[in-house]
Design a protein around this ligand. Structure first.
Ligand code: DOR
Length: 447
């Protein structure tokens, strides 16, 4: 029997409405007790002093790119899940834009096998909506569901054909899987490189208009209402999308949504000025799809996250190699390596008084779990909470810790972040997965 006792932390468990100083005991990989002085009751335990720290359920990310198989030079399941552990994540949902894409039982099973062998945390694969992600015909959703995927998505590309999207939604209801759409109409974005606005004009780059996202959000909500299916909107980035999702939810449509830390906190000005006007930077590390938008969009996204119109913070962790990024803007791959900076970046909203810490924790844990019903799956009961009997997945956080982002120290192979050299306030001190420490810093003091 292995026992881990975490003493005297501020336990925030939004699923149970718990927020207070307590001890937490994990026995054989499951939460055994939570409460004041409970740690003193157990003998022969490994002990951690969490005084001054927050203890929360391990974070759950609905949207990461682990790149394996096929793009191991960008990331592997081993390196991506090591990055997840450093970021406080104990469960990550892996997008299927690999090579081959996850559009068959064999491909999904190979990811699960590799995860079993090398993953630091739990990997839940997402299957393709269409075969080869080509947008021409549906992938075998039943086969993918049987192989264990938790959602369907062609992320990176939208399913552009409305009739195909309708059928994907209809079909998904048979298997109870959400259809997670990357909402950007390729015919409107064309070869757009960043948000269509004044910064794009100044830099002479072709823009991707907000309406490219909003027209697909509107269309897909209509199709979700037609079919009664569960539509999940990936990485919402515009105020207009927020308004559409808010109205759809008020009508009772089964629409859930996620937002990334970068879309909540960074605007299109990041591309040209790197957060300060001192210097023109022209940073391909700030190139991401959908693009960083405008302050008014950030405001709407933050309000929606606060209200629960957006269910989850998801990273869209998109690691790329240096050769994919240190090239001309038009040729650079879109994406941000986000797992290791997500908490610190999102904490900006807490420190600015725009989001409470318990709400942020909710949107990183039970929010995403409930959005996709992950805790209804066999073996995942209690995911996202610290209730006795639940999985022993948790994170120790220091909301006040200042640290400087140094991509060279990332566990991820993707060093592509626009935050290099910036100071973030809010750090992950330790991550426990299944009752075992999978990441710890020197701030995690053993007793
Ligand atoms: O910026 C992005 N990068 N957006 C996506 O949707 C895909 C991702 C990737 O796979 O690199």
């Amino acid at each position: 029997m292995t026992t881990l006792a975490i003493h005297n932390g501020r336990v925030i468990d939004p699923a149970l409405g718990r927020d207070g100083i307590a001890d937490l005991v994990i026995v054989d990989g499951r939460i055994s007790r939570v409460g004041p002085n409970e740690g003193d009751m157990v003998v022969e335990a490994e002990r951690i002093d969490a005084s001054g720290l927050v203890v929360a359920p391990g974070f759950v990310d609905l949207h990461v790119h682990l790149r394996e198989p096929g793009f191991e030079y960008k990331e592997t399941i081993a390196s991506g899940t090591a990055a997840a552990a450093r970021g406080g994540y104990t469960t990550v949902c892996a997008m299927p834009n690999t090579r081959p894409p996850l559009d068959s039982r064999a491909a999904v099973e190979s990811v699960l096998r590799e995860a079993e062998a090398s993953a630091r945390v739990r990997v839940l694969p997402i299957g393709c909506i269409t075969s080869g992600r080509a947008g021409k015909e549906l992938a075998p959703a039943g086969e993918l569901a049987g192989a264990g995927v938790v959602a369907l998505s062609d992320d990176g590309d939208a399913v552009a054909d409305p009739s195909l999207m309708r059928h994907a939604l209809e079909y998904s209801t048979r298997f109870g899987l959400p259809v997670a759409q990357h909402c950007e109409d390729p015919r409107l974005v064309r070869d757009g490189q960043m948000h269509e606005g004044w910064v794009a004009t100044r830099l002479g780059l072709r823009g991707r208009p907000a309406s490219a996202e909003e027209t697909f959000v509107a269309r897909d909500i209509a199709l979700a209402e037609l079919t009664g299916a569960h539509l999940h909107i990936c990485h919402v980035s515009t105020a207009g999308s927020v308004a559409l999702i808010r109205a759809a939810r008020e009508r009772g449509a089964h629409v859930t949504a996620e937002v990334t830390p970068h879309h909540l906190t960074l605007s299109h000005e990041e591309v040209a000025f790197g957060g300060s006007y001192a210097e023109l930077t022209y940073d391909t590390n700030a190139k991401v799809n959908p693009p960083l938008r405008e302050e008014s969009d950030l405001e709407a996204l933050i309000a929606a996250l606060r209200d629960g119109v957006i269910d989850a913070v998801a990273t869209d962790h998109a690691p790329h190699a240096t050769i994919d990024k240190e090239i001309e803007f038009d040729l650079a791959a879109p994406g941000i390596s986000g797992l290791e900076t997500a908490f610190g970046l999102a904490m900006r909203l807490v420190h600015e008084g725009r989001l409470s810490l318990p709400t942020l924790v909710e949107r990183l844990t039970v929010g995403p779990v409930r959005a996709w019903g992950l805790d209804r799956r066999h073996g995942l009961e209690g995911l996202g909470t610290l209730a006795p009997g639940a999985l022993g997945d948790l994170v120790l956080l220091d909301p006040e810790a200042d640290w400087t982002v140094d991509p060279e120290r990332f566990a991820s192979r993707g060093r592509n972040t626009p935050l290099a050299g910036r100071t973030l306030r809010g750090g992950v001190v330790a991550t426990v997965f299944g009752g075992r420490l999978v990441h710890q810093t020197e701030r995690a003091v053993a007793l």
